[in-house]
Design a protein around this ligand. Structure first.
Ligand code: AMP
Length: 189
């Protein structure tokens, strides 16, 4: 099973992807978590990306692709994986399609978690209060939303045209959204 989770920051992708990955015994690949771990570890990669993450902008496509190419070859991906936070640009989506074609693997199914802008803003404020994440101060939140609209939202059309997009209503409780996701995933099998 290979899935891509799309949706604005604060849509609940991380929570849902983690749960689904554990139930289906596939890897949960969160590029945001990978980058934050690199920053915490103080690695060269971490030093390279810290300012970009803190500003709410996107890390370069080349760097992200390099990360994804290596990560998806790790043994825990043998059963499949859920991509959470990648691809985020059309260039990344095209590169992913190419990478999978080179490996003779199909393009994953894409699940869009749809949430209204007002809900997204409320959730981001909530997350800010709970986690105190450095990249989540109010201005950065708004910048991240703008970046999503401009650079990532076009992927909805990209995947819609390739017939592998399912739209999941992202409002409601975590359990309600999870139920909708599992129904959508099961119908694809
Ligand atoms: P996330 O936790 O997915 O919201 O990611 C946190 C930050 O990491 C983003 O705001 C970006 O700066 C960076 N990031 C994560 N995934 C990507 C990606 N696929 N392309 C570019 N930057 C990314």
């Amino acid at each position: 099973m290979k899935l891509i989770f799309l949706g604005p920051p604060g849509a609940g992708k991380g929570t849902q992807a983690k749960r689904l990955a554990s139930e289906f015994r596939v890897a949960h690949i969160s590029t945001g978590d990978m980058l934050r771990a690199a920053v915490s570890a103080g690695s060269d990669l971490g030093k390279q990306v810290q300012a970009t993450i803190d500003s709410g902008q996107l890390v370069s496509d080349d760097l992200m692709l390099e990360l994804i190419k290596a990560r998806t070859l790790e043994t825990d991906c043998a059963n499949g994986y859920i991509l959470d936070g990648f691809p985020r640009t059309t260039a990344q989506a095209e590169a992913l399609t190419k990478m999978l074609a080179e490996r003779s693997e199909q393009t994953p199914s894409v699940l869009l978690i749809e949430v209204s802008e007002a809900d997204v803003k409320a959730r981001l404020q909530d997350r800010l209060a709970k986690e105190g994440r450095a990249d989540d101060d109010v201005n950065v939140q708004l910048e991240r939303l703008r970046v999503y609209q401009k650079q990532t939202a076009p992927l909805i059309q990209y995947y819609r045209e390739r017939n592998n997009l399912s739209v999941i209503e992202g409002t409601g409780t975590v359990d309600e959204v999870y139920q909708r996701l599992t129904t959508a995933v099961s119908s694809k099998k």
